[in-house]
Design a binder for this molecule. Structure first.
Ligand code: SF4
Length: 377
């Protein structure tokens, strides 16, 4: 209730009543799209995550603030403002997938997202040291590799019995044994999970992880492998061979029978071959449930597909819109692509050339030879 009015105000997003997120540097957030990290708290600052979620003044203030303004006026949620222009946002995932019947008056921690470390063998060109230890090494920041200790894990274990949705992110979740501990503990203390999301690069999944996952009902999983493009394009954008991930993912499905989706990151580099990439994925990956293209790179803007001239953007979109989603389960493959508008500011174009040259040297691949359409930029 808002004082002085006999009306109940409700938040524009269920995350404020349901969600807690721990990011790679142990920042506590409302969600992964929380741009200003509005809770302004680190894991080390709290003794109990449960207590923080329900009783802390900080979370209460943020929750209350979200009840008094509209989404468009709430600055920390700027990434979700795009939802009002037809793009898929994290808020849409909360509203339509995770909590479609949300009762806004019920504050109950049900969604927990955790990044136990930034350990990752890949160095995707659109990523950063915060999310990848290989990036950190390339940037000469060996000391910035983040890792959860036993104290941190204890705080995580405290909330596992009550949640219904767990999301493991990285780094690469399958590269950190702490995630194995979390999953085994979850299996031990919670038999009412609705969804376990794991966002992986599909590079390497050990037998221990496969055995652990096989204990659960396969239907509880929403495993998403991030793959961008094919062959050399993949290798350039992500920094590891495509065939390794291809073999790992197909073996994973053969051994666990857990279906999964592929998240294809839409960048200036993957844009020209999006359609053939979708088709190839659908034809060659076993157990693929859906291909998703909602991850359109806006930031850094120097890697955005908006760098192409509008007529070329329209040409690609037209072909994709004609694409017949005949493969079972291929879903929202087209989300937001038709809303991309050209944006070719000189400063951003210069940054594009600098970044591209830098990664050409690191990868020892000249991406312009792989993606000739880049000559339009
Ligand atoms: S509107 Fe978006 S940024 Fe804001 S809390 Fe919801 S999911 Fe997070």
């Amino acid at each position: 209730m808002v004082r002085g009015f006999n009306v109940r105000m409700t938040s524009f997003c269920p995350a404020f009543q349901k969600s807690l997120v721990i990011e790679p540097n142990k920042t506590v957030s409302v969600c992964c799209s929380d741009i200003t990290r509005m809770l302004d708290t680190k894991l080390n600052d709290v003794d109990s995550l449960k207590d923080f979620f329900y009783n802390s003044e900080k979370y209460k203030e943020v929750r209350h603030a979200s009840e008094t303004v509209a989404l468009k006026d709430f600055a920390p949620c700027v990434a979700c403002h795009r939802s009002e222009n037809g793009f898929w946002s994290e808020m849409d995932t909360f509203k339509t997938w995770r909590f479609p019947n949300n009762d806004p008056s019920e504050v109950s921690l049900k969604y927990f997202e955790v990044t136990t470390s930034n350990i990752c063998k890949q160095s995707c060109v659109m990523c950063s040291p915060l999310y990848s230890s290989t990036h950190a090494k390339l940037a000469g920041k060996l000391g910035s590799i983040s890792f959860m200790n036993d104290e941190d894990l204890k705080k995580v274990f405290e909330i596992l019995p009550d949640i219904t949705h767990l999301n493991l992110k990285g780094g690469e979740p399958f590269a950190d044994q702490n995630n194995l501990k979390i999953l085994n503990e979850l299996y031990r203390v919670n038999n009412k999970m609705i969804e376990i999301t794991i966002i992986s690069n599909g590079n390497d999944i050990s037998d221990k992880f496969k055995k652990c996952l096989s204990q659960f009902d396969p239907n509880v999983f929403d495993i998403s492998f991030s793959l961008d493009g094919l062959g050399k394009l993949y290798e350039w954008q992500r920094g590891s061979p495509f065939d390794k991930s291809y073999d790992t993912i197909n073996t994973f499905y053969e051994e666990t029978r857990i279906p999964y989706s592929i998240q294809n990151t839409v960048t200036v580099y993957t844009w020209p071959t999006l359609l053939e990439t979708y088709k190839e994925y659908c034809e060659s990956f076993l157990g693929l449930r859906r291909v998703n293209s909602s991850n359109i790179v806006w930031d850094p803007s120097c890697m955005s597909p908006g760098l192409y001239p509008q007529n070329y953007i329209d040409e690609v979109v037209e072909k994709i819109m004609e694409f017949d989603d005949k493969y079972e389960g291929v879903y929202h493959v087209k989300s937001g692509l038709d809303k991309i508008k050209t944006e070719r500011k000189p400063k951003v174009l210069k940054a594009y050339h600098n970044k591209t040259n830098k990664w050409n040297k690191i990868r020892k691949i000249k991406i312009e030879d792989v993606v000739p359409e880049l000559s339009m930029i």
